[in-house]
Design a protein around this ligand. Structure first.
Ligand code: 2AM
Ligand code: CA
Ligand code: CA
Ligand code: CA
Length: 257
């Protein structure tokens, strides 16, 4: 592959995601076709599918050699991370989209030989576009985001997933008790945007690679720690309980395990 222009790549991804969001908004009050996947809380709609199809088609036209990992199955069967790989989550927070029409995001993460180079998360209803990577820093719309302060567990709000808290998986209840409080937004992408802005000191959830690919690039660029719940590096090809946090919060939560 010719040398990759990461600025161009970021610009492309931002444009696709913003255009995709405009289409979603045009259909905001339509009746949705909703289907269940693994269970009654795991939904997919016709909008998830058409959004992924649109994004996949844009990626294939502009980056024909790239591989695509897409949640709804319009990408490729990706077995290894060599070359350019796009992780696409067309609607993150589908339950929020279906029930509340807010707190959902469109996300794309781009990785080169396994290394995160661009992450983009668009909070669709707030028109907040988070984007960045190690080569250019992280931005909210056009404003650069500072590195979040390295606050401790007790000093901040801890993002959670409902099921982990209800079942106290990996002692997350103790982490919540030690924190300033739990927050459950129901969208991994939205939670990542809270942590990278310093509004939450951490986030714990069982996630798939498309749930964390974009957020991980931006979080690491800003000096946050992103690992699995045992402190091990994440695999970009499998599901894990993901722990993201400031360095101090991350270490404190690991110490509870
Ligand atoms: P999704 O909306 O793209 O499926 C809360 O449900 C968060 O966890 C969302 O970001 C959701 O992404 C993600 N998630 C990951 N696996 C899930 C599952 N099996 N069921 C519901 N949500 C899941
Ligand atoms: Ca889903
Ligand atoms: Ca998701
Ligand atoms: Ca999704």
């Amino acid at each position: 592959m010719a040398t990759l222009n990461t600025w161009r790549l970021a610009l492309d991804i931002k444009q696709w995601v913003v255009t995709a969001a405009e289409a979603v908004k045009l259909h905001l009050h339509d009746d949705l076709k909703v289907n269940t996947k693994s269970g009654r809380n795991d939904l997919v709609t016709n909008i998830d599918k058409t959004t992924e199809q649109y994004l996949v088609q844009k990626i294939r036209a502009q980056y024909p050699e790239a591989k695509i990992v897409g949640e709804e199955g319009f990408g490729d069967q990706v077995e290894d991370l060599t070359g350019l790989v796009f992780f696409v989550d067309p609607i993150d927070g589908t339950m929020n989209f279906v029930k509340a029409r807010e707190n959902f995001a469109i996300m794309i993460g781009a990785y080169l030989d396994g290394k995160g180079i661009v992450g983009v998360i668009l909070d669709v209803m707030k028109d907040e576009l988070f984007w960045g990577g190690p080569e250019f820093g992280v931005y909210k719309n056009n404003l650069p985001l500072p590195k979040p302060k390295n606050i401790t567990l007790s000093e901040g709000l801890l993002g959670m997933s409902g099921p982990l808290l209800v079942h106290d998986v990996k002692h997350v209840a103790a982490a919540v008790t030690a924190s300033s409080g739990a927050r459950i937004f129901g969208s991994a992408g939205i939670e990542f945007t809270k942590v990278i802005q310093g509004f939450e000191n951490g986030y714990v959830s069982k996630l798939m690679p498309w749930d964390f690919a974009a957020g991980k690039v931006m979080a690491e660029t800003l000096g946050l720690k992103v690992t699995d719940i045992d402190g091990e590096p994440l695999s970009m090809l499998s599901s894990k309980i993901v722990l993201i946090g400031t360095e101090r919060t991350h270490a404190q939560i690991l110490a509870l395990q």
